[in-house]
Design a protein around this ligand. Sequence first.
Ligand code: UD1
Length: 419
Amino acid sequence: MQKLIVNGGKTLRGELSLQGCKNSALPIMAASLLCGEECVLNNCPELTDIYSASRILNGLGSRCRFSDNTAVIDSQNISKTEIPENLMREMRSSIIFMGAILGRTGECTVSIPGGCELGPRPIDMHLAAMKKMGVDIRESYGKIICRVPFGKAHGAKISLPFPSVGATENIILCAVTADGETVINNAAREPEICDLCGFLRACGAEISGDGESRIVIKGQNRLHGCVYAIMPDRIACATYLSMVAATGGEIVLKNVCVAETEPFVSVLEQTGCSIYTYDDRIYLRSGSRLKAVKDRIRTMPHPGFPTDAQAVLMSALVTANGTSVFEENIFDCRYRHTDALVKMGADIQVLGKIAVIKGVPQLHGANVEATDLRGGAAMVSAALSAEGTAEISGISHIDRGYEKIEEAVRHLGGDIRRV
Ligand code: UD1
């Protein structure tokens, strides 16, 4: 089991080019199944979750290979329609392959993704939507067996009870080659949905309204291949900005989709950091001790404050001057990183969806274990600003979403190594 060893207290400074976005690369890789031709994805982050998606594709009969952040996927010949349970367990978001496999073949078998590190993650909205589009769904011994009676799903009007990112993606994936028109009301508006739709349009799909809460998809007979560049990762952006802010440093982040970072940046600015944006760059300078954020930080669907950035911002606020309050509204179990931060000297009280953070002057290194992706990144960030040495285990969680995190941090002057 690998660990990260961090000698804290170094100020992070420098330039960094942001990685491609994990959360849009995954549904886009699934979407490539809908194209009978080769798709080339540039700016594709090389992450364990992406390799899991690639194993799913190869298991279905596609050919997927990587080099230099480019994925080349050829899905001309699909020979299977079932995702084995071990691959479903490797990556919970493998459920987004359901819509794509159905769209391509008219049948698919997946397993019920169990609870995960963020709490229960039901898929009721995904299944209800598929049923509305004419898919027969049977559950048997943990498997979900889906079949479209006449080989092709049909369009439907679907109103989501909550703007679920995954459900919106699954509906889009099933709808682009379905018969007729599909309308999604209360759709998720996350930028990653727009990236998926951008890719699908480049393959010939007819979609409008993405980025708004009403998306309209007109089903096409077939899609073709394309060359597409995955958008930059706004959560990795939030992570590196938080780390640099926590250490009192300075950074120029390049290859950023600036507009999409606004919900996070507007909160980070309240800590007293100077932040400027130009073209695809963000410059941040943090000087003396950060200030606590006065208003409650409420995680909300986009364009609200992103739940995925809650832990990393908290890692900077634990040493800010004053008290900050988070309200986690998306997932039930998203404060698991707080025990590790407390072990490092933070003062955090959690009650249900609320976490109250009283800033302390200094953290100290400790042995901690990452239990989820963003929580793990928060531990790295806290360790970098702490005095002394921290050992972080459970780093396979971190590798799911950050490309060579230790190289990026070392590039900025941090003292971190993987053992
Ligand atoms: C995606 C992101 C994840 C992010 C989340 C919210 C990917 C690969 N993952 O996850 O990083 O934290 O969006 O921005 O893109 N829900 C139901 N029933 C359903 C579906 C969801 O109750 O059928 C609930 C979930 O339990 C959760 C909430 O809705 O409480 C939001 O989930 P959702 O937006 O679907 O998140 P994911 O797509 O799983």
